[in-house]
Design a protein around this ligand. Structure first.
Ligand code: AHR
Length: 490
């Protein structure tokens, strides 16, 4: 039997709701078709936004949405996406599939989407191919309330009041698709660009995010923190779980047990990444003023056969749900430093939470995990520990992960993932100085290769979980293999 200890007396950090954010890029069918269909579409919409998708994201509790990229961000010229749609420039989306981008989804449409969902906006600026002036004017356009050329232009385009930009990224992956820069060069350019990202609204000071590292590039984090750390609020980290390699990533649905465990092990490396990048940040920022923002993460498999390779469309199985569950547990555990994260991506791209097909829509297994974890949002992370075996011989990846938090009304929320393909986990949970009067639980479980299709949308979904008994100081539960479970303890 595994031992699980939760200590409500050890209150560690607030779990920012923004840890449960998503990312929407002008890529494949994420924005166009997946989210935005235009006012004239037969697909039910409000001002062009799909009603079904907006409602599902609302229901999931989406706190923050990142846009417009990704690699697309450093080629995006925001002025192409404002004003009358018939006058907007048509261009080729060179990064993603070589399709025509007609710019019908631009700044106004993005904020309309955020308003409909009820989420905050994370806008990623163009440093790779854009000018300082362009970035500066975008901020002015979005956030300035007084008399200025950009605020007048915004008003002319139908928006009187400025919007709230909660987060602003100064470039994306500038070590690669965002300009192939060296860290020193990026950091110096960052200092220059961010100078002109003005704080026009004293109640909405722009939270500046510097481009951080990919994976294990610790030198990038060190150099950017050394040169520019004092000029940013957050630094990003990108990490994708790829079971194979870039040429042969592995199939989304058709995988061996070994590939399953490799995927879990690679996803769990997020723990090491967060720990090591934050250790470097601590060197230059011992007061922990700069947050870690994991603004791209998730699984990346081979695209589904017969689909545009540039559209990055992949199926999503229970394995993806396990990746999401263990990753969100890691983020919760590091919530002292991680203040926002965005899974890649929202709809129809990579590890999405939603798929669409014409006017049809389904929720992926990952969606159910995000909805499950929203009970942790804005809670206080508690000290907790679970004993566990390992899925690998090197003992790097535990079978079980967990996190526990306390809500303002005194409820304890605990989420546990069991990555074993065959063994249930018998878990004895003890909560210090706490007598539970009521425990409810829900679970996402099944066969690792289960996934939802338009013919069977509920093959993987959240169901109530009853295989536990309440004890004097906690509970004893049998958590099935390949599952993510949540306990709500009152
Ligand atoms: O999410 C897909 C791509 O992955 C993004 O555009 C880029 O930032 C990353 O390399």
């Amino acid at each position: 039997m595994e031992k699980y200890l939760i200590n409500p007396n050890q209150k560690i950090s607030r779990i920012s709701k923004d840890i449960y954010g998503t990312f929407s890029e002008h890529l494949g069918r994420c924005i166009y078709e997946g989210t935005f269909v235009g006012e004239d579409s037969p697909i039910p919409n409000v001002n062009g936004m799909r009603k079904d998708v907006v409602n599902a994201l609302k229901e999931m509790g989406l706190p923050v949405l990142r846009w417009p990229g990704g690699c697309f961000a450093d080629e995006y010229h925001w002025q192409d996406g404002i004003g009358p749609k018939e006058n907007r420039k048509k261009m080729i989306n060179t990064h993603w599939g070589g399709v025509v981008e007609d710019n019908s989804f631009g700044t106004h449409e993005f904020f309309e989407l955020c308003e409909q969902i009820g989420c905050d906006a994370y806008v990623n600026g163009n440093m790779g191919s854009g000018t300082v002036r362009e970035m500066s004017e975008w901020i002015e356009y979005m956030t300035f309330d007084g008399l200025s050329p950009m605020s007048e232009l915004r008003k002319k385009n139908g928006r009187e009041k400025p919007w709230k930009v909660k987060y602003f990224g100064v470039g994306n992956e500038n070590w690669g698709c965002g300009g192939n820069m060296h860290p020193e060069y990026y950091a110096n350019e960052y200092r220059r660009y961010q100078t002109y990202v003005r704080d026009y609204d004293p109640d909405n000071r722009v939270y500046r995010i510097g481009c951080g590292a990919s994976d294990f590039d610790f030198n990038w984090t060190a150099e950017v923190m050394r040169i520019a750390g004092n000029k940013m609020n957050g630094i990003s980290l990108h990490y994708y779980t790829i079971p194979g390699n870039w040429a042969n990533k592995g199939k989304a649905t058709d995988y061996t047990d070994e590939e399953y465990y490799t995927t879990i092990a690679k996803a769990y490396r997020m723990e090491e990444l967060v720990r090591r990048h934050t250790e470097i940040m601590n060197r230059y920022d011992p007061d922990k003023r700069v947050d870690l923002i994991v603004d791209e993460w998730g699984t990346w498999f081979d695209v589904e056969e017969g689909t545009n390779p540039g559209f990055l469309y992949q199926q999503s199985t229970l394995r993806d749900a396990l990746v999401a569950g263990l990753t969100l547990n890691i983020f919760n555990k590091h919530s002292d430093r991680i203040k926002m994260a965005n899974i890649a991506q929202t709809v129809n791209v990579l590890q999405s939470v939603i798929f669409t097909d014409g006017e049809d829509m389904l929720l992926t297994p990952t969606y159910h995990i995000f909805k499950m974890f929203k009970s942790h949002a804005e809670n206080t992370l508690l000290g907790s520990y679970i004993t566990s075996g390992y899925i690998d011989e090197g003992k790097k990846t535990p079978v079980l992960t967990e996190s526990a938090s306390l809500s303002d009304d005194g409820t304890i929320v605990s989420t546990i993932s069991n990555a074993s393909l065959c063994d249930k986990a018998e878990i004895k949970c003890q909560i210090a100085d706490f007598a539970a009067s009521e425990i409810k639980a829900e679970i996402v479980t099944g066969n690792a290769r289960d996934y939802n299709t338009f013919e069977n949308k509920d093959a993987v979904k959240t169901i109530d979980f009853y295989d536990f008994t309440v004890t004097a100081d906690g509970f004893i539960a049998n958590v099935p293999p390949c599952s993510v479970v949540k306990f709500i303890i009152k």
